[in-house]
Design a protein around this ligand. Structure first.
Ligand SMILES: [Fe+2]
Ligand SMILES: [Fe+2]
Length: 475
């Protein structure tokens, strides 16, 4: 399934054989491009950027690296191939053939799932659009563009499904994807985290670590769907998503590394002295982690959810690596534990397993977040610094679910409103912290140079030497 790049819309879905669909998508294409001009990365016209482009959906050799003049990136539609004899792996349709068309009874539910996922993709591009102006290095500038063009492609992936399988409703939803905007008071993006600002590069690295990782788990559970075109589309998106999280983990890791270097050079753990030396102090890094982790946890939805139970039961959205789980894949019996508020305590309560699908996905996510954090902590220890980062309790700073109405400390203690008011500045970035981080954001674009607050990458993109390679050429 090589991708045909000679067509106006590169694709591996035989678009040329379906004239109506092709025309519809070709009519949406200029709308996408004008959205990109207006709300995509600011001031990038004519930049020549070293980008990867998908050229097949084969696990090895799918990516091609070369310079692309903005905005001539070829956004396309790439779907993993059909697997002969594939069966649905969970829910009430378990064991039946996967669906290549939308079952009538699930039409509106599937449309909602696709629209909710699709809406996040252009939202993150909008959130990050000013960051190119303050990039810490050419390497980082290239990376943010890579993320942006691929989030744009993920929008194409969802819009393709809407156009191809949902008729007129789908076309209208595709239009609406470009009408809602991140942070717009009248027409906001659907999910809260995607209406927050990404005002600086520390936030960008945190976002790609914590929030793109939510994307990974959402895509992974949609990749199990009985609606096979959705499953195959999400499988390929996951391939691209890996690099976004790599940028997050190495980005935050490089900030931590630089902080450790400064602390060792100055022989200090005084945050003020670290700041004065142009690095981000450890407590501020911890606060940013607390913020991005808690906001991302909300994206998994209610702990106990009949919507999620229905999606699962209807074989529309599975669990993370569904087929690797050893159970009946129906969840009609049995219970599993959920954190709930009881009086002034948070306790575990057994609930029907089917209703806890969101919480199980959140749990996988938390474990995954912890893995990268353990790697960061190992490097801090190796640098001889006495500090360890911690993920806050899952109930901390939540807006959705069982803890939306209580105040909880990072250690999981329920607090009075007064205590929260007094102490939340210790746990979440306040205006002064954000202003400090903002003050570090200065544009560095000479090849091999890097800003004061972040260490250089240990290796380059596609084996190119990060200490000299010109990842972006300006003209
Ligand atoms: Fe994405
Ligand atoms: Fe992403």
């Amino acid at each position: 399934m090589a991708i045909n790049y000679n067509e106006r819309i590169p694709n591996n879905v035989d678009l040329a054989d379906n004239r109506r669909l092709q025309r519809a998508l070709e009519a949406w294409q200029p709308e996408f491009l004008s959205w990109w001009h207006e709300l995509g990365p600011e001031g990038t016209k004519n930049f020549d950027i070293y980008l990867r482009t998908a050229i097949s959906v084969e696990p090895d050799g799918w990516a091609h690296y070369d310079f692309v003049k903005m905005p001539d990136y070829r956004w396309g539609i790439f779907v993993n191939p059909e697997e002969a004899g594939k069966k649905i792996s969970f829910g009430e349709h378990k064991g039946e053939d996967v669906w290549q068309e939308v079952p009538g009874e699930y039409r509106s539910t599937l449309r909602r799932l696709i629209v909710t996922q699709g809406d996040t993709e252009p939202a993150s591009v909008e959130q990050q659009r000013m960051l190119g102006l303050t990039c810490p290095s050419l390497y980082d500038l290239r990376n943010i563009f890579q993320v942006n063009v691929e989030e744009g492609r993920h929008l194409w992936a969802m819009v393709y499904l809407l156009h191809a399988y949902f008729g007129r409703d789908g076309r209208e939803e595709a239009e609406a994807m470009l009408e809602r905007h991140s942070g717009d008071p009248d027409k906001p993006r659907i999910l809260g985290a995607f209406n927050e600002k990404t005002p600086d590069w520390l936030s960008f690295f945190m976002f790609t670590y914590f929030t793109d990782r939510d994307g990974k788990y959402q895509l992974a559970s949609l990749a199990e769907s009985g609606f096979d075109p959705l499953a195959r589309t999400c499988q390929f998106m996951l391939t691209e998503e890996g690099h976004h999280m790599f940028i997050g983990e190495t980005g935050v890791g490089r900030v931590i590394q630089r902080t450790c270097e400064v602390m060792n050079e100055l022989r200090t753990d005084d945050p003020e002295r670290v700041r004065a030396a142009g690095a981000v102090d450890m407590p501020t890094l911890q606060k940013f982690m607390n913020f991005h982790f808690s906001v991302s946890l909300d994206l998994f939805g209610q702990e106990t959810s009949t919507n999620a139970a229905n999606y699962f039961n209807q074989s529309l959205k599975g669990r993370f690596q569904e087929t690797m789980i050893e159970d009946d894949h129906r969840l009609l019996e049995g219970t599993s534990p959920v954190h709930v508020v009881k009086g002034d305590e948070i306790v575990l309560e057994e609930q029907p397993a089917l209703n806890t699908v969101n919480e199980r996905l959140r749990e996988e996510y938390i474990k995954d977040c912890q893995r990268g954090m353990t790697r960061w902590n190992r490097n801090v220890k190796r640098a001889g610094i006495d500090f360890q980062f911690r993920l806050p309790h899952r109930a901390f700073n939540r807006r959705i679910g069982n803890f939306a109405d209580v105040r909880v400390s990072p250690k999981g203690k329920i607090l009075s409103e007064a205590e929260w008011t007094r102490r939340h500045g210790e746990w979440l970035p306040d205006e002064e912290d954000r202003a400090f981080v903002q003050s570090l954001m200065k544009r560095v674009v000479e090849p091999g140079k890097i800003a004061s607050w972040v260490a250089p990458p240990s290796r380059g993109i596609n084996h190119e030497d990060p200490s000299s390679f010109e990842y972006v050429r300006f003209s």
